[in-house]
Design a protein around this ligand. Structure first.
Ligand code: NAP
Length: 257
């Protein structure tokens, strides 16, 4: 028997058509949560996630919304609340990169990152927070990045948006803790996905050399952490950032301090 159960919970995972979002959706579903797979472009990918989730014995639904657009986010959540009555867990996972050195960075590449990683999280969290507080339970997991914590050239926009998400998570956690709602920032290191597959092989090699576990993380490893954080077994944990990076940040911290 699994020690963790998400039975009877409704979970919404943004950006679950592929990558870490898909891996988390599959594990949420496997552990019993009715899992809503959000996507913006890849309807086929979202449907595949749902099919895989159902094949593994879980259940859920797909839901389109561009997290940058308040009207689409509100329409998605109003349908979810009308149909499924509640949201127990929101995983703000949708993410993008627009890596450019700062000298060359286009304003558009800055704004897009803020839009998805900060405005998107704002709209989605606003859409669930009153309901969670009224229910006196709920968990918001914000998927940040190790790039918020260590210096990453070419990622000023990405690092700034994910560091902003860390501040967002801490402050909101403090505001709503008294209402039984937990807010947690999760900072993944390097995981194999569409987001990282295009990285320079030399950079990947160097990254593995400074990562004590010496490899990528897998979606399954990320999902194991996320489901534990979202579960009632983790009920005394809020307001913190948990780093899931094979130890890489610990090495950087040694040099930095
Ligand atoms: P990925 O494979 O590129 O998948 C990105 C997901 O985000 C897709 O499902 C995509 O939906 C969705 N998305 C993008 N823009 C969206 C929008 N405006 N509205 C709704 N959904 C949107 O990325 P990943 O590697 O799984 O990353 C997932 C999260 O982990 C991101 O927040 C990322 O910053 C973070 N992270 C990843 C790594 C890593 O090494 N992979 C490391 C640190 C942090 P569509 O398919 O519909 O386009």
């Amino acid at each position: 028997m699994d020690s963790i159960s998400l039975k009877d919970k409704v979970a919404v995972i943004t950006g679950a058509s592929r990558g870490l979002g898909r891996a988390m959706a599959l594990e949420f579903g496997r552990l019993g949560a009715f899992t809503i797979v959000n996507y913006v472009r890849e309807e086929k990918g979202a449907q595949q996630t749902l099919d895989m989730l159902r094949e593994a014995g879980g259940d859920g639904a797909i839901a389109m919304a561009d997290v940058r657009k308040a009207d689409e986010v509100n329409a998605m959540f109003s349908h979810i609340f009308k149909t499924y009555k509640k949201v127990d867990v929101l995983v703000n996972n949708a993410g993008i990169t627009r890596d450019e050195y700062f000298m060359m960075m286009r304003p558009q590449s800055w704004l897009e990152l803020m839009d998805v990683h900060l405005n998107g999280v704002f709209y989605c969290s606003k859409a669930v927070i009153r309901n969670m507080c009224a229910a006196r339970k709920g968990v918001i997991l914000n998927i940040g990045s190790g790039s918020a914590l260590v210096a990453m050239p070419g990622q000023v926009n990405y690092s700034a948006s994910k560091a902003g998400l860390l501040g967002f998570s801490r402050s909101l956690a403090r505001e709503v803790a008294g209402k039984g709602v937990r807010v947690i920032h999760v900072a993944p290191g390097f995981f194999e996905s569409d987001m990282t597959v295009t990285l320079d092989p030399e950079f990947i090699k160097e990254t593995f050399e400074v990562t004590p576990l010496g490899r990528w993380g897998s979606g399954v490893e990320m999902a194991a952490v996320a489901t534990f954080l979202a579960s009632d077994d983790c009920s005394f944990f809020t307001g913190h950032s948990i780093v899931v990076d094979g130890g890489r940040g610990a090495v950087e911290a040694e040099y930095g301090s």
